[in-house]
Design a protein around this ligand. Structure first.
Ligand SMILES: [Zn+2]
Length: 495
């Protein structure tokens, strides 16, 4: 067997099942294994305890001038799912085996195999003296149990990175590598419809009494897609794909075969041709289950309670709170008179979007002062979210105040005058609570290292205070993210 197999097999044999408290030592051992590879690459690595399973955090420096090279943050997880039911395995889950063209073993494809490739690539380049970037590994052993340690660790880490790779997904097709620049989010609901005090006999009340199953179906109908598109209120905030993305998607395997391979049938005649548009860039509603009356035993019941689980996949750019509210409004508007609806939001996760674009560091320029590639703007109203993390400056003022409007314009002009933001677009819009907020957002995370200083970029003092920014301090992307929360707070306080 080739050496890579022996080495990867060693990693795969560690039974790092994070859901099993008895395997905590194994999870730690898997973290130590990651640490070992980073050290072999000439890097530093530590196991860090951060209120959960230990994190493996380490840096492999660029082969030359690491202080001037950009840093790439790599995420992977070294824990795995429990392997049961064991009887369905053809070879033992923790004894990796090659059969045909595939390697079988727990964690091969999620996520030890992928993490091994990143570690191996960094090590090989470093040992050959050809690693062009600093590589920071930030790996956790609790991804499969929904742990948050890594997120909290990174949020508290003041060091900036210029790019990040999350290598915890699959390949669309062999020989077709791809970058995922977006993920859909999710809001998940449990719905209960009640239409009376007790179930009734359809022979006596059918045709006159309100049936909860009917009310549920009727109500859900209002949120269903037509020609593959959800009602407009559920599509609010979508960031449409760029021409580049659409072009890339055309090279992917056809939607018809993607559906057929799973034994799935197209939702409507255009579903196959729009497969990627719909599954990458549009929201989707799915009723995950319905229960009412007597669906299996023949019974002439007229049910007065109906339950459903329903969830919406959110398109990049959408806000879970906004879409949840819009969904509930649609349902309530369609609810027949006399029916009561209880909506429980069980969980939600925002979508992710990294604006695609080239990262071209200028030779010899320290990462902190590299100019951005592109500047975009986003106007944020209410509590909509900025769809990127790279918040540069926030300026707020009261509406209809000419002095403040003037000041706002001057402040924004000052940003543009920095010379790096020639493409910036600024828009002014009133918001419901009477505060105007302008977010200037840049697409390239490099810009996150620009100073927010004195009079050059001027958030209002209260915003500055809430951001926790001292004059001249360098913000990193994570700080910006916290800043966004702080800004929302100021925003609410003012409203
Ligand atoms: Zn994973």
């Amino acid at each position: 067997m080739t050496p890579w197999f022996e080495e990867l097999a060693e990693f795969l044999r560690i039974e790092s099942i994070s859901a099993d408290p008895e395997r905590a030592a194994e999870v730690r051992r898997a973290g130590e294994w990651v640490r070992g590879v980073v050290r072999q690459a000439g890097g530093e690595c530590d196991l860090v305890d951060w209120h959960g399973q230990p994190l493996a955090v380490g840096d492999v420096p660029a082969s030359s001038k690491p202080e001037r090279a950009p840093t790439v943050l790599c995420y992977g997880h070294f824990d795995v799912q429990p392997p049961d039911p064991l009887e369905l395995w053809e070879s033992p889950p923790f004894e990796p085996e090659i059969r045909g063209e595939y390697l079988y073993g727990r964690g091969v494809a999620d996520d030890k195999g992928q993490l091994y490739m990143l570690l191996g690539a960094a090590r090989e380049l470093a040992q050959a003296g050809r690693l062009p970037v600093n590589v920071r590994f930030a790996c956790d052993g609790e991804e499969e149990t929904g742990g948050h340690s890594i997120v909290e660790y990174l949020a508290a880490d003041e060091r900036a990175a210029q790019a990040a790779i999350i290598f915890d997904s699959g390949m669309i097709a062999p020989g077709r590598p791809a970058f995922n620049v977006a993920t859909r989010g999710l809001v998940y609901f449990h719905l209960t419809v009640r239409t009376g005090g007790r179930d009734l006999h359809s022979g006596m009340y059918g045709g006159a009494a309100l049936n909860a199953a009917h009310a549920l179906i009727h109500m859900l109908g209002a949120a269903m897609p037509v020609d593959g598109r959800l009602p407009e209120p559920l599509r609010a905030g979508i960031v449409p794909p760029t021409e580049d993305e659409l072009e890339g998607w055309r090279e992917l395997p056809g939607g018809a075969s993607e559906l057929a391979d799973q034994g799935a049938r197209a939702m409507d005649p255009r579903a196959a041709e729009e497969f990627y548009l719909r599954t990458f860039a549009e929201p989707a509603l799915d009723v995950n289950g319905i229960e009412s009356g007597s669906p299996h035993t023949q019974k002439t019941v007229l049910p007065v309670r109906a339950d459903a689980n329903a969830s919406i996949r959110l398109a990049p750019g959408q806000d879970p709170d906004d879409i949840a509210a819009a969904f509930e409004r649609l349902l309530r508007d369609a609810l027949p008179a006399g029916a009561e609806l209880d909506v429980q939001r069980l969980s939600s996760a925002p979508p992710g979007l990294v604006p695609p674009g080239p990262f071209v560091p200028e030779p010899g320029v320290p990462p902190q002062t590299l100019p951005p590639q592109k500047v975009a703007e986003v106007v944020v109203r209410g509590n909509e979210h900025v769809p990127t993390d790279q918040l540069l400056a926030v300026v707020s003022t009261k509406p209809n105040d000419p002095l403040n409007d003037e000041k706002l314009r001057n402040d924004v002009q000052a940003i543009l005058n920095l010379g790096q933001f020639a493409d910036a677009v600024v828009r002014f819009e009133p918001v419901p609570n009477g505060v105007r907020v302008v977010f200037v957002v840049v697409e390239n995370p490099i810009i996150s290292s620009v100073d927010i200083t004195g009079n050059t970029i001027i958030p209002t003092p209260e915003v500055l205070k809430a951001l926790g920014v001292e004059t001249g301090r360098v913000l990193n992307t994570v700080t910006m993210r916290n800043g966004l929360r702080a800004v929302e707070k100021v925003y609410q306080d003012k409203g």
